[in-house]
Design a protein around this ligand. Sequence first.
Ligand code: F0G
Length: 380
Amino acid sequence: MPFRPRYTGIIERYRDRLPVHDDARIISLGEGNTPLIRLNNVPRVLGKEVDIYVKFEGLNPTGSFKDRGMTMAVTRAVEEGSRAIICASTGNTSASAAAYAARAGITAFVLIPDGKIAQGKLAQAMMHGSTVIQIKGNFDAGMRLVKQVAETSPVTVVNSVNPYRLQGQKTAAFEIVEELGRAPDYHCLPVGNAGNITAHWIGYCEYSSASGDHVTESCGFCKGRCMYAGGAIVGNRPRMVGYQASGSAPFMRGAMVDDPDTVATAIRIGHPQSWEYAWKVKEESGGWFDECSDEEILAAQKLLAEREGVFCEPASATSLAGALRDVKAGKIPEGSSIVCTLTGHGLKDPDIAIQQSLRAPLTVEADLDSVKRAILDNMA
Ligand code: F0G
């Protein structure tokens, strides 16, 4: 039987809207095409009439949204003859870079903050054979170093300052519009470097443009390649809402934060790389930034896991935590459709999950009576 893959990743799917050459060797692991899950139980808990969907990006090949951007960045790096890629990371970018480099047969160097990344992500970077460099500093210091190294060494930076990353990530917005038949009223995301919120806005703008004209002010990357001409799906764009962890919230402070801290290590970033873009996204979309405490973030993560069966990592739950608060407060009105991006899978960070579980596993004797008793005692 010939191998006929069902789905082959975002580049094949959206080729006409991405800056790839026809003869490029595509480096893909089948990323994208992630589920948009309508929440059934959480809105009931809220007592509000809203449609909340979660875009579960944790179901990408390496467990985060980074894969959408990495397939583009690594495909282009290989095309340009690069033999090595490099990134600074709070964990997910390094996992993704390591995997796509392995797939491409090139080398990956990843700089991570010593002791401040989730175990699952570290395991991924190590397992895929990247060179892991732990620095005694935070992500922002790592980012500075990566940029400096790349000036003099033959390595391609695959952080979101690489424009192909955002191009790949914009495809999440395409998928959402195709599935809902329109853009949602609100799109909520966790914000770290602010690359992803920018990428989504690029995607929505390209898709909503009636004439196929390119929304140059907000994009600037695609060089007129936004191909959604003909206006089959025209019109609305969401308000983009970016939520940060309170201890790492430069967009709320209106200035860079030098010593960011949060349980959501993925967004422990004080000097966002897409600072200017993200302010523009907020302005153009009529959205806003807000912050969530670590407690709110973990509560939203737990709520989603317990009430909907969806397990995302803490940083990802920031989008839902913020959205729930804004719905409750009426800032997001009843009747709205809301998409929250869940950026990464909960299995990335098992330590935090186990720490916050209220029910420890029951340990009983290995006999029928003991097991039966445990079941009866815990019947709802
Ligand atoms: N959520 C998760 C799970 C992330 O890993 C990141 C960023 C974000 C949200 C924020 O996205 O930076 O585009 O605003 N993680 C990067 C990394 C920094 O190195 O993995 P952003």
